[in-house]
Design a protein around this ligand. Structure first.
Ligand code: NAP
Length: 486
């Protein structure tokens, strides 16, 4: 390996049936997006390797599901403890392959681990029901059982947490699990596989497949009849393809797809709080999160003051290699991603937007994109209807509450939304009117393990986290019991 990272958690092949797979002749280069240097090579797994992972997960299923919930909870708790005791090491790996600043990477490790701890606890609360029957001679009993082998595909923007959010509830419920992690960021996935191994998760219960031929691997995971449930986090177009593939075996599917979050600031908002919330919602992970503010709607009365204060705040950001001290904004994941952001900004400028901040003449420096603020943006511009996935804040002016709601809902996405106001009646009116799975009210961060994360419309199906999150990984079985009357 050619790397400046030294860690026993750095692995270079898929983890299948409790073993590291390092025999493939093909390799994937893992590149640090901040330096463009090779971190290491990872053996490239293919569809046949993926079939082996399905075999292993199917074989491990009977033993794993027959463990008591208390036993499963204990093993998950050990995994949580090991991840947290390796937080710094895991964060260094994450920053090297993904680019986000080290403090954010440490935050992701803790956030990802929080789902393991939460579902370790939830494992013991998968309750059934006893329901009165219409006849005195019978009873209705409902039990919940693990759905079976779960397969998942996850993206590069949260290389740790997008996996734990799915693996933890699956394993807690008594399912076995296979994930194909993003080819850009496999090292975080493999590092937590090593810790799963150390925690005593049995062979075949947690498998990680790393391969560059995502469509072929995806076909195995979505079409093999032994996989009972498929869970995807990624872009909406790929999600639609995978959902269609799942139909071939009528698999239960969860989809966590793209967003186009409105961030609405009303005249009566606390402007300092709104700016604080916007900075974190918009610029975290250099704007590469599915819940990033994508359209910033500011009411007329405060538009000028808000814009000025936002420019002052964004001017303080320091951009650079996330492994260095004091960096707020890291690189974007690839040169292609950076070009996409530039194209959206260029289009908005050509359509009449103006730049309040950011070097829009030549903003690309390698994969770094200067934090940018655009004013005079209109809802019809491409930048308002596409997921930007970069550190660009397009400001849109509105007059009335109804106008803000109409603009916010004018999209096929429905993941996160945000509003800042001190008016309690408006909080209810707007929350109920927003067609989104999540509403941040005077809050720029909505996601945590206790809350149901997920979207409506084309942003997805299902919820991750919270007491609702386990439901995706269990089947309801109804037992009709008769012969009770004497
Ligand atoms: P992407 O292109 O859809 O890729 C996501 C994953 O799907 C990767 O592992 C990728 O593999 C794989 N993939 C791509 N094409 C495939 C195919 N034809 N068959 C099977 N697998 C395939 O998305 P991305 O650009 O990496 O991630 C960003 C997107 O994810 C954004 O839209 C973002 O909003 C969304 N996201 C949503 C949530 C949520 O919770 N709703 C959270 C995070 C991100 P390779 O890496 O090998 O290509």
């Amino acid at each position: 390996m050619n790397t400046s990272i030294s860690s026993k958690l750095l692995k270079n092949g898929s983890y299948i049936n409790g073993q590291w797979q390092t025999s493939s002749a093909e390799k994937i280069d893992i590149i640090n997006p901040a330096t463009n240097q090779l971190i290491c090579e990872v053996h490239d797994a293919n569809a046949d390797d993926t079939l082996k992972a399905v075999d292993a997960a199917a074989k491990a299923m009977p033993r794993w599901k027959s463990k008591t919930a208390k036993e499963r909870a204990g093993i998950l708790q050990r995994w949580f403890d090991l991840i947290m005791s390796h937080q710094d090491e895991l964060a260094a790996i994450l920053t090297a392959e993904q680019g986000k600043p080290l403090a954010e990477a440490k935050g992701e490790i803790a956030y990802g681990a929080s789902y393991i701890q939460w579902f370790a606890e939830e494992a013991r609360r998968i309750y059934g029901d006893v329901i009165p029957h219409a006849n005195s001679n019978s009873r209705v009993i409902v039990i919940k059982q693990p759905i079976g082998v779960v397969a998942a595909i996850t993206p590069w923007n949260f290389p740790n947490a997008m996996i734990t959010r799915k693996a933890a509830p699956a394993i807690a419920a008594g399912c076995t699990f296979i994930v194909k992690a993003a080819a850009e960021t496999p090292l975080s996935a493999l590092a937590i596989a090593e810790l799963a191994h150390q925690a005593g998760i049995p062979a075949g219960v947690f498998n990680v497949v790393i391969g560059s031929d995502a469509p072929s691997i995806g076909k195995v995971l979505t079409q093999d009849p032994r996989v009972a449930k498929f869970s995807f986090t990624g872009s909406t177009p790929v999600g639609k393809t995978l959902l269609a593939q799942c139909a071939t075996t009528v698999k239960k599917a969860s989809m966590e797809l793209g967003g186009n979050a409105p961030f609405i600031v009303f005249d009566d908002a606390d402007i300092d709080e709104a700016i604080k919330g916007l900075l974190i919602s918009k610029y975290r992970n250099a704007g590469q999160t599915c819940v990033c503010a994508n359209r910033i709607l500011i009411q007329n009365g405060i538009y000028d003051e808000f814009s000025k204060r936002l420019v002052d705040a964004v001017a303080q950001f320091r951009m650079g290699d996330g492994s260095k001290d004091g960096i707020d904004i890291g690189p974007l994941i690839t040169a292609k991603a950076t070009q996409k952001v530039k194209d959206l900004v260029d289009d908005a400028l050509a359509q009449g937007a103006t730049s309040l901040h950011g070097d829009t003449n030549n903003p690309i420096d390698g994969q770094f994109y200067t934090p940018t603020i655009l004013t005079n943006v209109t809802p019809s511009m491409a930048i308002a209807s596409n997921e930007i996935f970069g550190p660009v804040a397009p400001l849109i002016k509105f007059d009335t509450e109804q106008e803000a709601i109409d603009i916010a809902n004018d999209t096929n996405s429905g993941l996160a939304s945000y509003m800042y106001t001190r008016d309690i009646g408006r909080v209810w009116r707007v929350s109920e009117a927003l067609e989104y799975g999540m509403v941040g009210i005077n809050e720029g961060i909505v996601s945590n393990e206790a809350a149901p994360f997920g979207g409506i419309k084309e942003s997805g199906i299902g919820r991750e986290g919270s007491k609702y999150g386990i439901e995706d990984y269990v089947e309801i079985k109804y037992l009709c019991m008769g012969g009770i009357d004497k």
